[in-house]
Design a protein around this ligand. Structure first.
Ligand code: ADP
Length: 498
């Protein structure tokens, strides 16, 4: 079941809104702090100026407190601003002079304890006014009188306008944040939807993708839509599409493989059943029955060869270790296989030669290696006309040994050469037996098309590779490369399998 809160779109929207709001809150906090310190700085400057004016008035009146108070009250009375007040305080807190009634601004503020004679800089304080919504700000300036005594000139200012302005700013900020939050929420949702739309399309298409039989193979229906803008989602669609291409190829290979395998198994089974039925139709002599049994054994051999080959290929595909490695002399192993095939070659009037340069060691599975070389020689002899030549050569370079088997036989057309390593691929199924001649040889020669696939599986299991080059009517060359091994120490009694 789809849960709307468990979607990337929902998370993207939350993140987008959250980050936008966080940035706005930070910005607002910075602006608020800036405004606060700017306003307070202005008020402090104003209060210091007023405190200096108070001392100037005192000086003007020769420090006569009564006269100075008179002058100050006169001065303040002419001002419309009643939220400013002055006092002159003794260090013990006694009020020596006050510009207004005892309830006026600053009247309840005591002398800060740390203001001393030595203090030169004004001292500021923000103090709440009892019973009132706005605090007040005071500036205490130490003043030295001519008689050497020390008094404090205090100016006080009610922070009503500043407090109201800041409160207004805060309210506007909160309103703006709510508005921005909603805007960010809608914007982030739209952005997330737009960015995720291709994924939605891909998901919908992926749900519809299925397999459909077309001709001799399967087709993976449809491909994921691409925007062709080259962004991440476009690349993802491209990657998934090429994966679908590969899946389609593999499915087709698998289907071909199954069809070919059943076809290959069906022919000998049908032949077995046919000969058994013929044998049963009437009374047969012992010789006739012997012939039927001999033929059946050939078919059994063919069946078990195919089954073994398929098993080997399946194990190699599954990544099983199909090898039992040992250190062995490659030159001797090749010489042995060449000797084994020499009678067959001479029977078909084919000259076989092996150039044996020097001893070469490999870490290999002797049985599999001999099978590989045997397959190559078998093909070279099978697909050559009488009078042709087959040559085998060994080489060594850069830690790799090479085995080359070339023939001057019938060759392979270039379009077929691309597929000869495919399982069950045979160039021209009709061609081989006819060329080879009598029916027993034809059955032996007509391989299942697994020989070269087996060769490649064995070569790759040894960490090597196999290549084929051929020209129609001129001959074929197959090269196998695999890692060479060190010659074993004479003391070590390594078994030499040849
Ligand atoms: P098969 O068991 O049929 O020989 P392979 O896998 O060994 O199967 O070979 C696949 C096909 O490649 C063969 O059917 C044959 O047509 C072609 N081929 C292999 N080796 C040679 C060669 N030396 N000369 C010509 N054709 C060859």
């Amino acid at each position: 079941m789809r849960r709307p809160f468990n979607t990337i779109g929902f998370r993207l929207t939350l993140w987008g809104t959250g980050v936008t709001l966080l940035v706005c809150v930070l910005l607002f906090a910075i602006l608020y702090a800036g405004l606060f310190y700017c306003l307070r700085g202005q008020i402090d400057g104003f209060l210091e100026g007023e405190a200096h004016e108070l001392t100037a008035t005192l000086e003007e009146h020769g420090y006569d407190l009564r006269a100075a108070q008179q002058a100050i009250r006169l001065e303040l009375g002419s001002r419309s601003n009643r939220d400013l007040n002055f006092r002159l305080l003794a260090p013990d807190g006694r009020v020596l002079l006050s510009s207004d009634a005892s309830t006026a601004v600053g009247s309840h503020v005591n002398v800060p304890a740390h203001i001393t004679e030595q203090a030169v800089r004004p001292h500021y304080r923000t103090v709440p006014r009892p019973g009132e919504p706005y605090p007040e700000r005071t500036c205490n300036l130490p003043v030295q009188r001519p008689d050497g005594t020390f008094v404090i000139a205090q100016s006080a200012y009610l922070l009503d306008r500043m407090t109201t302005s800041l409160a207004l700013f805060r309210r506007m900020g909160v309103a703006a944040l709510i508005f921005i939050g909603l805007f960010a929420l809608v914007g982030a949702r739209i952005l997330a939807n737009r960015s995720l739309r291709p994924i939605g399309l891909m998901t919908a298409t992926a749900q519809q993708i299925g397999l459909r039989v077309q001709g001799s193979g399967f087709r993976v229906q449809e491909r994921l839509p691409r925007s062709n803008v080259g962004d991440e989602l476009d690349r993802l669609a491209e990657t998934l599409n090429s994966m679908l291409d590969r899946i389609e190829r593999h499915v087709n290979q698998l289907q071909r493989f199954t069809a070919d395998a059943s076809h290959e198994l069906r022919s000998p089974l049908a032949a077995l059943r046919g000969s058994a039925e013929v044998a049963l139709t009437r009374h047969r002599s012992a010789d006739e029955l012997r012939r039927v049994i001999e033929e059946s054994i050939e078919h059994y051999d063919r069946l078990s060869r195919i089954a073994e080959d398929l098993l080997l290929l399946a194990r190699a595909d599954a990544g099983d270790n199909i090898l039992r490695r040992e250190r062995l002399r490659l030159d001797q192993a090749v010489a042995d296989v060449v000797d084994l095939y020499a009678p067959l070659a001479s029977e078909r009037d084919i000259k076989i030669s092996f150039d044996e340069p020097r001893e070469i060691w490999v870490d290999a599975d002797g049985a599999h290696l001999r099978r590989l070389i045997g397959n190559l020689l078998d093909n070279a002899i099978k697909y050559s006309e009488p009078g042709a030549a087959v040559s085998v050569a060994l080489s060594y370079a850069d830690g790799l040994v090479g085995i080359t088997v070339s023939d001057t036989g019938i060759g392979i057309a270039s379009e077929d050469a691309l597929h000869v390593f495919d399982r069950f691929y045979r160039v021209d199924r009709a061609r081989t037996p006819q060329r080879i001649g009598d029916s027993a040889q034809a059955r032996r020669a007509g391989g299942a098309g697994l020989g070269l696939s087996i060769c490649r599986a064995i070569a790759e299991a040894h960490g090597g590779r196999i290549e084929l080059s051929s020209a129609l009517g001129q001959g074929t060359t197959v090269r196998l490369f695999m890692p060479a091994a060190e010659r074993p120490e004479p003391a070590a009694s390594m078994p030499v399998h040849v």
